[in-house]
Design a protein around this ligand. Structure first.
Ligand SMILES: Nc1nc2c(c(=O)[nH]1)N[C@H]1C(S)=C(S)[C@@H](COP(=O)(O)O)O[C@H]1N2
Ligand SMILES: [Mo]
Length: 308
């Protein structure tokens, strides 16, 4: 199977003409992306922001502080305040197990992967199924780049991702009634879509453990639970299996999980979302505002709105 890698347009303009002005101004309008950056902009290098992929947003960036202190990471607990517990995760010498690929190598180190890719930054809106959202400057690379490196077998229809299973580091994994490890599945077409992103950083810094260090998925048009953290296994397959959440609550967490204001969660409406930075309410956008990009992935109407 041959995958054609699209050339990523680079941002030519130097947006930051004067670093001090950038650092000191409370509000800096990043005109080209239409984003308002506030606070914590110190590590954002406008030169590496991929403008093409960062313009679907007209919301304030979420501060580093908020997005690293308000998390869903069930391996470490069921509240939003798991960041301290998450520091137990050992991320050195991270390796990923690969199956269903034409590579003879079955284990690839993160270091190897990072040697083969160019990092860029993308500002994406991120919408949790629990009806909160944030705006995150991710650093990383396109998932399609990784798929090309891993060279999946030609019968591949689905890509499965799995998180670690380490009850000694992640205490909630001692709760044996959960179907650990956390697992998510997307179609190969979704995986190759240019918006599908692998994050290794936020705000230009290595991604905090609580946000899914050292390597996680980011699918901005889908509910947040699809964006699996701390990936340890990638499997190419022709059969669709069940995700962590589908196993727990199949009527609440579906396979597609595309953001859609018209399809309520069983227990709450999805028409609005709360921005975790400002507390303001915004109407939910179909495909989280990325419809122009991804609607063509779901040509039949049913698929476009399937949540359950
Ligand atoms: N391994 C793993 N990945 C996960 C989760 C999790 O509990 N475990 N939670 C998901 C959910 S529900 C959301 S909303 C996002 C939260 O990402 P954040 O903490 O970086 O905001 O991660 C997703 N990825
Ligand atoms: Mo979520």
């Amino acid at each position: 199977m041959i995958y054609i890698k699209k050339k990523i347009p680079q941002l030519k303009e130097n947006l930051v003409t004067n670093q001090n002005i950038f650092l000191n101004r409370r509000k800096f309008i990043l005109g080209l992306t239409g984003c308002v950056l506030t606070g914590n902009t110190h590590n954002l290098n406008a030169n590496t922001i991929n403008k093409k992929f960062s313009n679907a947003i007209n919301r304030k960036l979420t501060s580093y502080e908020n997005l690293s202190r308000y998390n869903n990471f069930f391996e470490f607990g069921t509240t939003k305040q798991i960041w301290k517990q998450a520091q137990k995760l050992r991320t050195q010498d991270w390796k990923i197990e690969i199956s269903g690929s034409n590579l003879s190598q079955k284990i690839i180190s993160l270091e190897d992967i990072l040697n083969k890719v160019n990092l860029e930054e993308r500002i994406y809106k991120f919408r949790c199924v629990e009806a909160w959202s944030m705006v995150v400057p991710w650093k990383g690379f396109e998932l399609s780049t990784l798929i090309n490196i891993l060279n999946p077998k030609s019968n591949t229809k689905y890509v499965e991702f799995e998180t670690f299973y380490r009850p000694n580091e992640a205490s909630n994994q001692k709760q044996s009634w959960y179907p650990w490890p956390y697992k998510e599945i997307i179609t190969i077409e979704e995986a190759l879509h240019p918006l599908s992103f692998i994050a290794t950083g936020i705000y230009g810094k290595p991604i905090p453990k609580q946000n899914g260090a050292p390597i996680r998925l980011v699918l901005p048009w889908k509910y947040g639970f699809k964006s699996i953290k701390s990936i340890k296994k990638i499997r190419f397959t022709d059969t669709k299996s069940k995700s962590f959440w589908q196993t727990i609550a199949p009527k609440e967490y579906g396979f597609w999980a595309n953001v859609n204001p018209k399809i309520p969660h069983r227990r709450w409406s999805q028409e609005y979302e709360r921005d975790i930075e400002t507390g303001n309410k915004f109407p939910t956008e179909k495909f989280n505002g990325y419809g122009d990009w991804v609607a063509s992935l779901y040509p039949n109407l049913e698929d476009q709105s399937i949540f359950y």
